[in-house]
Ligand binder design. Structure first.
Ligand code: IMP
Ligand code: MG
Length: 186
């Protein structure tokens, strides 16, 4: 079968095999760091869904998994506001939390969630893990503890990352061409 979405991609940044070998390395580090700790992973949906599935299956620890739905993007620009789609804060008091997100861009998402978990939920520690980190200047003091790849400041899709909710199921990470951006604009 033709890979129909391929016609919409201007450039592939990371092939699936490259992503998976990087996940092996990240999982190894995380496993070593949390070997003797009670780990709770909080995945930020929807963007981290594919990353979460592939990374967590490489971590042989009896971790707990929770997920939060958050959104800040419309199209290819951040709205500068974080929308929590649920109000419940996971019961992580006294636990070691690892936040998983697809990409660290302005840092607003990770910053807001980190604060919420440290202050409201009383976690023992909060670290974060992202597949991608964009090379932009971040106003907030926020960085990720585990990073898959550092990328230039370009809008990317695939492997969980979307453009107006499309292309999350692309098995690799790439840059859309102009036609596809126009076709799915809203
Ligand atoms: P931040 O709050 O600005 O750090 O943005 C984080 C969120 O924006 C991510 O979880 C993504 O959902 C979305 N995002 C940022 N950059 C991109 C991109 O290049 N492609 C797709 N989504 C992105
Ligand atoms: Mg998104």
């Amino acid at each position: 079968m033709d890979f129909l979405m391929l016609a919409d991609i201007a450039k592939v940044l990371y092939h699936e095999s490259t992503i998976l070998s990087r996940l092996d390395e990240m999982a190894h580090r995380i496993t070593t760091d949390y070997r003797d700790k009670d780990l709770t992973v909080i995945a930020i949906l929807n963007g981290s869904v594919i990353f979460m599935a592939d990374l967590l299956r490489r971590i042989p620890l009896p971790l707990q998994l929770d997920s939060w739905s958050v959104s800040s993007y419309h199209g290819t620009k951040t709205t500068g506001k974080i929308e929590f789609r649920q109000t419940r804060v996971a019961d992580v008091s006294g636990r070691h939390v690892l936040l998983l997100d697809d990409i660290l861009d302005s840092g607003l998402t990770l910053h807001s969630i980190r604060e919420k978990i440290l202050l409201e939920a009383g976690a023992a520690s909060v670290k974060s893990c992202v597949l991608l980190r964009k090379n932009v200047s971040r106003a907030r003091e926020v960085d990720a503890d585990y990073v898959g790849f550092d990328i230039p400041d370009e809008f990317v899709v695939g492997y969980g990352l979307d453009y107006n909710e499309r292309y999350r199921n692309l098995p690799f990470i790439g840059i859309l061409n102009k036609e596809a951006i126009l076709r799915h604009a809203r």
